[in-house]
Design a protein. Structure first.
Lengths: 327, 280
């Protein structure tokens, strides 16, 4: 339980992964480090910069940081206005308050006019723990993916988050970056050179089944792959860090080569990565699929590890899902 | 219908507030997370509402039609609500020691779907006054004599939706709706002066056509008087700007820790002991 005691989770232990930074921490550091190279970056906060870690940037560049108070709708439209003057406006809140509370502002002030606003949602998923369901962003990927013109990224660890932050700043146009609260295992070590928007990363090769995951479920998928290997099943694990635009080629290839796909994500069942992958599979090369996700419910307060167990976001459940397809 | 507890006198109310403060410390320290300072600033108001004879409540029948309602829009302060409800007999003090633990109905923010007696699911700031307005309109349509109290934070007043609700409540002249702004001077990332200064709440809300009182919300006598005065208003919604201190009751501890906001932080076991000593 070392990971859990350190404010993280026990994910990645079976796969032998080392515990790393929380993705929100990696985001804050990365944004600060890009400040000089990209002088047009500004941050727009809604009184939670110490949670989302935009404060790390704001402390170094106080004149490029705006805090509008607890007012997410205002925050997003202000970011849109800033972007229209040539700024790269990074606006962050908890994923739920950003996406759910300011959705029409995101639609009208960001997505529709294709402005250079970088939406960043921290505290995504149920692994935020004790604060409970009102603070858990579990609809955010679905909401973000529904919007034309918006790139949607869900990085799995610190290194890929840092790469995603650079990619989002270099990308011209709206993006949504989803971040988590707890520490998560390191998938890529110190850097993730292969990161490209819309191009998934195969983190483990295998020919019997494919597990497509993002966020902290990539660690769970690698744990599951280890167990499956012991049972004689070679699982391919794909880190689908970009949900939109989705990497169609990797999905079609996985369907053709492995014949079965399990999708694992820390999100509601409807409208997330699972739905997006299923659309591609059904259009191109139908194979059987199974899903490991939060399902169709709101969770509760509890410790992060306990919640992941109770709501089924575990390596064991991925193994079960694989076996159900391989029967 | 039964009033939950007998109407307490001023000294008894002060003692009750102390007991509620002790529960707030106990349960958040046990949970090792939560928002004690946000709960402590609001304690006099919540205590007076539940035990000063202002709310028709029946802990054995929490959904009785004629009950009055308390909506905690600043949902992160829910420890004060659980503590008051436990003292009022909705559940036991022992029950709420499970705050924030897996399986417990005493979640980190109010959840009306799981816990009878909770009048609104909150935690996303800014929505409680609109929800309370809906309740005030609903009971009025049914000709039920019932009052709705809503408490917001001063930082929470930055949400535009609150001001939309203030405007709409004036339109409908919901005199059975009282907004209490817990003006403790701090929000998550600093003082309200630094983050978003909306002070002079009184004149602002008054300009919308509401009846407004501004009081020291940590003075039980002033709180009781203001709640009594609000009940006498029959032609418009009422607002109490409750000027408080975040962490009231254990301020020496926060001063020693050099953090007068202490937002979203439980006290360590050791600090909790010092805090409880101040509340004995
Ligand atoms: C819509 C929304 N945005 C942000 C938050 C995160 N948050 C929780 S408490 C808080 C500060 C609240 O300040 P205030 O309303 O003054 O309450 P206090 O804690 O001072 O009583 C913030 C920003 C939230 N819960 N909801
Ligand atoms: Mg406040």
């Amino acid at each position: 339980m070392a990971g859990a005691a350190a404010g993280g989770t026990t994910l990645g232990e079976k796969a032998g992964l080392k515990m790393g930074q929380a993705t929100r921490d990696a985001f804050g550091d990365a944004l600060r480090d890009l400040g000089d190279e990209f002088p047009e970056i500004v941050t727009v906060d809604g009184d939670v910069g110490n949670s989302t870690r935009t404060e790390v940037f704001a402390k170094k560049y106080p004149n490029r940081a705006v805090n509008v108070g607890i007012a997410e709708s205002n925050m997003v439209s202000v970011a849109g206005g800033l972007a229209s003057t040539g700024k790269t406006a990074v606006t962050a809140s908890f994923a739920c308050f950003l996406m759910n509370n300011a959705f029409d502002q995101i639609r009208m002030s960001v997505a529709f006019p294709k402005l250079n606003v970088k939406l960043v949602g921290s505290h995504a998923g149920i692994s935020i723990g004790e604060d409970g369901p009102s603070q858990m962003g579990i609809e955010d990927v679905s909401l973000a993916c529904s919007l034309p013109n918006v790139v949607v990224m869900v990085p799995s660890d610190a290194a890929s988050t840092k790469a995603a932050v650079r990619a989002m700043i270099e990308h011209k146009g709206p993006t949504y970056l989803r971040l988590g609260r707890p520490k998560v295992p390191m998938i890529y070590g110190d850097s993730c050179k292969d990161f490209k928007i819309g191009k998934s990363i195969t983190v483990r090769d295998g020919g019997d089944v494919t597990i497509i995951a993002n966020g902290l479920m990539v660690s769970a998928a690698l744990d599951a792959a280890k167990d499956l290997e012991d049972a004689g099943i070679q699982a391919r694990v794909i880190d689908m860090h970009t949900v939109k635009p989705i990497d169609r080629d990797a999905i079609v290839k996985a369907a053709k080569e492995t014949g079965a796909i399990v999708v694992a994500e820390e999100h509601l069942h409807h409208g997330g990565l699972g739905s997006v992958v299923a659309q591609v599979v059904s259009e191109t090369h139908p194979v059987r699929m199974a899903y490991v996700d939060v399902g169709d419910c709101y969770a509760e307060s509890g410790d992060p590890d306990g919640l992941l167990q109770k709501y089924g976001l575990t390596a064991e459940n991925i193994v079960k899902a694989v076996k159900s397809l391989k029967k | 219908m039964a009033v939950s507890a007998k109407k307490l006198g001023l000294d008894e109310l002060k003692d009750k507030a102390k007991a509620i403060r002790r529960h707030i410390i106990d349960i958040t320290t046990e949970a090792a997370s939560g928002h004690p300072s946000s709960s402590l600033s609001a304690t006099e108001v919540v205590t007076a509402l539940f035990f000063g004879g202002f709310m028709k409540l029946d802990p054995k029948n929490p959904t009785a039609k004629e009950r009055d309602r308390f909506v905690l829009s600043k949902g992160h302060a829910v420890p004060v609500l659980y503590a008051a409800m436990a003292e009022a007999g909705f559940f036991s003090v022992k029950d709420i020691m499970s705050l924030r633990k897996l399986g417990s109905v005493y979640e980190g923010h109010p959840n009306m779907a799981r816990l009878p007696g909770i009048e609104a699911s909150t935690g996303s700031l800014g929505q409680g006054l609109s929800f309370g307005l809906g309740q005030a309109l609903g009971v009025r349509m049914d000709k039920i004599d019932s009052h709705v109290y809503v408490m917001t934070g001063d930082g929470e007043m930055g949400e535009g939706q609150v001001w939309e609700a203030i405007a709409a409540a004036e339109k409908y002249k919901t005199s059975n709706l009282t907004l209490i702004i817990d003006q403790n001077g701090y929000q998550q990332t600093g003082s309200t002066k630094e983050v978003l200064d909306l002070t002079a709440f009184g004149p602002k809300v008054e300009a919308f056509g509401w009846h407004v009182q501004t009081i020291n919300g940590n003075d039980m006598g002033e709180v009781v008087k203001a709640l009594e005065a609000a009940r006498k208003i029959t032609d418009r919604p009422t607002c109490i700007v409750s000027q408080t201190k975040k962490g009231f009751g254990i301020l020496p501890v926060l001063e020693k820790e050099k953090d007068l906001n202490y937002h979203g932080k439980p006290l360590s076991k050791k600090l909790a002991e010092e805090a409880l000593a101040l509340l004995s």
